[in-house]
Design a protein around this ligand. Sequence first.
Ligand code: NAD
Length: 250
Amino acid sequence: MRFVNQVVLVTGGGSGIGRAAALAFAAEGAAVAVAGRSPEPLAHTVKLVESAGGTASPVVADVTREDDVAAMVDSVVTRHGGLHVAFNNAGTFVPGGVADLAADEWSRALSVNLTGTWLSMKHEIAHMRAHGGGTIVNTASNLGAHARLPGIAAYVTSKAAVSALTRNAALEHIADGIRINAVSPGPVDTPMSLRPGETPADRAARLRTALPIGRVATLDEVTSAVLWLASPESGFTVGHDLVLDGGATA
Ligand code: NAD
């Protein structure tokens, strides 16, 4: 129960890693606000948290829009009385190599993954530094600053930038009592790690040889790292980018 009396905001909380993290934070006592663009998946996450005995609320927000992000932070503070932890996890996978990408696809990847993370931190930090600090965890990817995979130029660029932005933000705000880190997962057990047309069984077959560990990461293996970075147990960890990739970059 590391998050009793803590308010946690999870962006991209209507699915995948974000939903699993919302459940994990709530199971450890947090009041969780889940943010995303569509109400239905957020309502489903809230229902799952509440069915497990936890507290959660939905916030509809597009992280690429500053007005939405400002309103998201305000509404979390109004609804739950504070904001102590933020998991900036909203993201989108955009395929396409340098010479093939359309300009609007390039912009979409940068806008959601990078600008969305920056805007979220901007408004979370504004609240946290005026109210005694907090912790922030951003979702980067091992396909950013760590691994090399051609054909996804905008995605890798956006995620490498999230790693760089995390380090910078951490240095700028540790003196405000705000501890900022990132996770960089390899392939995780969500639809995002499926290649076009691939089934989970196809993916399992591909990763048996493509990854040293021979499988995808479970959601628990990612959320447990996120919760550690968000908790006082990682109190001396600042500006770190925790790579969870089954040995891909070992
Ligand atoms: P996912 O698609 O289930 O989660 C992404 C979430 O972000 C969705 O709920 C989506 O609605 C939300 N989102 C997208 N654009 C948004 C916007 N503009 N505003 C608000 N919310 C928005 O996939 P996931 O696998 O759970 O991915 C979560 C994060 O983990 C992403 O940042 C992704 O890049 C990263 N990641 C995933 C993997 C993987 O293999 N699944 C590996 C490394 C990193």
